[in-house]
Design a protein around this ligand. Structure first.
Ligand SMILES: Nc1ncnc2c1ncn2[C@@H]1O[C@H](COP(=O)(O)OP(=O)(O)OP(=O)(O)O)[C@@H](O)[C@H]1O
Length: 252
């Protein structure tokens, strides 16, 4: 059987001397999305950062195409686009310079023309020249997300609250962009507390609250609870014996 390109095995995370979660397992294949859910402080951002290779797990391994990402380093990072929770834009740089700078941080060379085209696709062509400090919060967020409108996208997107501070039109545009990415065989892991219209054909859900509550061993419940359309669409569900992640097919 073909191995899923992106896998997490028995991941555990500790922050500030406290164990946030353990036993996180999933396997993500081409065209699949994973929705991380859980209450504020449950560890979604911490998990995304581990998946991005920005920290080391207390236990377990994140693997890309069968190899641990801690060994692959740059060879992993060029396959990944991580968009963090904060806007992360530089006040003194213009919008287009921020796109170039943000791409450079992830090892990608982007011309001014490419940056302006991405901003236009993000609905920000009229502010491309403005310094970031002159932009609204929503516009700053859209500048940070403009990297998602650069072509080609790397196969794996890791998105922390991508819809925060966006207006309805921008949320819709981003959903369409992500759907096209998944339809083209890309993968995405994302967190959101917000209503949105992203309806991937194949979606897994990992709920850190359920995991903390020790509901990780209910494999039969999970597979049985998949809705008929979800099953037909090939939503996958999997688990290990406890402790294990609460991964289930889901419809947001
Ligand atoms: N640098 C740090 N040092 C110590 N503790 C931290 C650090 N960063 C986060 N934490 C703690 O880890 C826990 C999980 O934080 P995290 O940001 O991963 O949660 P989250 O699920 O993404 O929350 P939210 O939904 O509010 O964004 C919190 O209790 C937080 O206080």
């Amino acid at each position: 059987m073909k191995r899923a390109p992106f896998q997490a095995c028995a991941l555990a995370c500790e922050r500030g001397g406290r164990r946030l979660f353990e036993g996180v397992d999933f396997a993500l294949s081409e065209g699949e999305a994973l929705w991380l859910s859980g209450a504020n402080g449950s560890g979604k951002t911490s998990l995304l950062r581990l998946l991005a290779g920005l920290g080391l797990p207390a236990e377990g391994e994140v693997c890309w195409r069968g190899k641990p990402v801690r060994e692959l380093r740059e060879d992993y990072h060029r396959h990944v686009l991580y968009c963090g929770h904060a806007a992360g834009v530089k006040d003194d740089l213009s919008a287009w310079e921020n796109v170039v700078y943000g791409a450079a941080l992830s090892g990608r060379r982007v011309s001014r023309g490419q940056a302006e085209a991405a901003l236009a696709r993000a609905g920000l062509d009229h502010v491309a020249m403005l310094p970031a400090h002159a932009l609204s919060q929503g516009q700053r967020r859209r500048v940070a997300l403009a990297r998602l409108y650069l072509d080609p996208l790397p196969p794996l997107l890791l998105l922390d609250e991508p819809f925060t501070a966006l207006d309805a039109q921008a949320v819709q545009a981003l959903c369409e962009r992500l759907a096209a990415h998944l339809d083209g065989g890309g993968m995405a892991v994302y967190t959101t507390h917000q209503a949105h219209s992203l309806r991937p054909q194949r979606l897994q859900r990992l709920d850190l609250d359920q995991l903390a509550a020790g509901h990780g061993d209910q494999q039969a419940w999970r597979t049985d609870q998949l809705s008929a359309p979800s099953r037909a669409a090939g939503v996958s569900a999997q688990a290990r014996a406890r402790p294990a992640a609460h991964v289930q097919g889901a419809r947001p």
